[in-house]
Design a protein. Structure first.
Length: 104
């Protein structure tokens, strides 16, 4: 299983941390001009970070193009708490539904 997210901040760190704890791959697409601290946080947890020439919507387009059935990704504008649901799904699959719909 893999997690994909476009992020310029908190979602990147959240996915990277939860993915590391769940032993899955995290793929994060960030604008090239993202603050260094956000990039370092994601890579420190072992996430695969791709820096994109453009803005967050360009990153979101790339994620949309690359998603497949083995990937978990938040809906647009999902909050960092989205990854709490993701982590629970990975850690306790029998207790969580297969699909979680998050508000925009």
């Amino acid at each position: 299983m893999q997690g994909l997210v476009p992020s310029a901040g908190n979602a990147a760190g959240a996915l990277a941390a939860y993915a590391a704890a769940s032993d899955i791959e995290a793929h994060i697409f960030m604008p090239r001009d993202v603050p260094l601290a956000n990039y370092v946080e994601a890579t420190a947890y072992g996430a695969k970070v791709t820096l994109v020439d453009g803005v967050i919507s360009d990153c979101a387009r790339i994620v949309s193009e690359r998603k497949h059935p083995d990937c978990v990704y938040p809906r647009p504008m999902a909050t960092t708490s989205s990854w709490t649901f993701f982590a629970r799904r990975v850690a306790w699959p029998s207790l969580c539904p297969m699909q979680i719909s998050l508000p925009r």
